[in-house]
Design a protein around this ligand. Structure first.
Ligand SMILES: [Zn+2]
Length: 361
């Protein structure tokens, strides 16, 4: 009896434990490789960031007159601090991007006010008479300044430290559509608007291969914000979340490890249709080709067959979206031909009453 139970125990042990002599890896070796992989992560994020900002900045600039009260001063650069990266990424971010514990210029937008005046790696010490502190509190102050409508068309003086040399740079910012654009490390095909900002999952960055497709996505999310489809309260809560994660820059942020809870911000089909319609105008006004971009929705349908429906669910039909976008693209092309301004058509009072009737019946 005793022998038998010993045998069963041995059998259990040997069947659970690996039996081959696999190489053992020590932590120091693994840490070196981990740093190589982290460097790839940050380099890829930087590429995503530059692509999204190239397109997003153009869209935010070209649509200022359609953004209503959602405007901000356009200083033409983004900033960040290394302390906002998780601690194992901090030294990598410092080495790759010249970021410091103090708010640092992370990116200067091409053809912007800051081009030729500010440089990547400049440490921001003071804005007018406001001293910019180290770390998150400095970033918060800069975020406030970059969102302050009162600075539009007013001269603002930045004092920066460029490799130990103090420089004074005065910028008089024009207006731009407000809001940051964040990229998550979630490899899913999705994007959201939180009322103020735009959040794009890395999976969507890969899926929207052509710039004109990503422009359509950004235009769509911008429309959710400017048309106030998201309650301000909700937007602020999410902004807190975004700021709690990895932030680089004010017009652009990289977010790591942001949960998928943002996906819960589902909009009604009516809002989705409006965001598609206004969004394609946003994209066209920024100069993007809108004739083929709607095809994104054909590929999306093929990838998510549950989205190819004609009846009501919470998500609009990919088939209807594609056709509506193509109709809007034709409307825009006709306006261009006639030399008319690219302004989306608003409902007349009669149209509005008819829609309400439709909803009620
Ligand atoms: Zn949407």
């Amino acid at each position: 009896m005793r022998l038998l139970s010993l045998f069963t125990t041995l059998l259990l042990i040997t069947s659970c434990a690996p039996q081959s002599n696999a190489p053992k890896v020590d932590n120091a070796m693994a840490e070196r490789e981990a740093n190589i992989q982290r460097e790839i992560v940050l380099k890829e994020q930087r590429q995503y960031f530059e692509r999204v900002m190239k397109i997003g900045y153009k869209i935010q600039k070209s649509n200022t007159e359609l953004c209503g009260k959602k405007i901000a001063p356009d200083f033409g650069f983004a900033y960040g601090v290394s302390t906002q990266y998780p601690k194992e990424y901090k030294p990598v971010a410092e080495r790759l991007f010249g970021l410091r514990d103090d708010p640092t210029v992370y990116h200067v937008f091409p053809n912007s006010l800051a081009q030729g005046k500010l440089k990547m790696g400049d440490v921001i010490k003071q804005v007018d008479d406001q001293v910019i502190k180290s770390g998150l509190s400095g970033i918060k102050k800069l975020n406030k300044i970059f969102n302050e409508e009162d600075y539009i068309d007013q001269p603002v003086t930045f004092i920066v430290d460029r490799r130990g040399e103090e420089k004074q740079i005065t910028l008089t910012p024009p207006a731009i559509c407000s809001g940051k654009i964040a990229i998550t490390t979630n490899n899913v095909i999705n994007a959201y608007a939180d009322g103020e900002n735009i959040i794009i999952d890395s999976g969507m960055m890969d899926f929207a291969k052509k710039d004109s497709e990503l422009a359509l996505v950004i235009g769509h999310e911008l429309a959710h914000n400017t048309r106030k489809h998201v309650e301000a309260k909700q937007g602020n809560a999410l902004l807190g979340m975004v700021l709690g994660a990895v932030v680089t820059g004010v017009t652009g942020i990289n977010v790591m490890g942001l949960g998928s809870d943002l996906g819960a911000l589902a909009h009604s089909q009516g809002f989705e249709a409006e965001a598609d319609y206004i969004g394609i105008y946003h994209s066209a006004r920024a100069g993007y080709d809108i004739s083929e971009a709607p095809q994104l929705w054909r590929r999306m349908g093929a990838k998510n067959p549950q989205g190819i429906h004609l009846a009501g669910t919470t998500h609009p039909s990919t088939a209807k979206r594609l056709i509506a976008l193509e109709m809007a693209a034709k409307e825009i092309a006709d306006k261009k031909k006639r030399g008319e301004a690219l302004i989306p058509a608003e409902k007349t009072k009669e149209d509005f009453k008819a829609t309400v009737r439709d909803y009620n019946t």
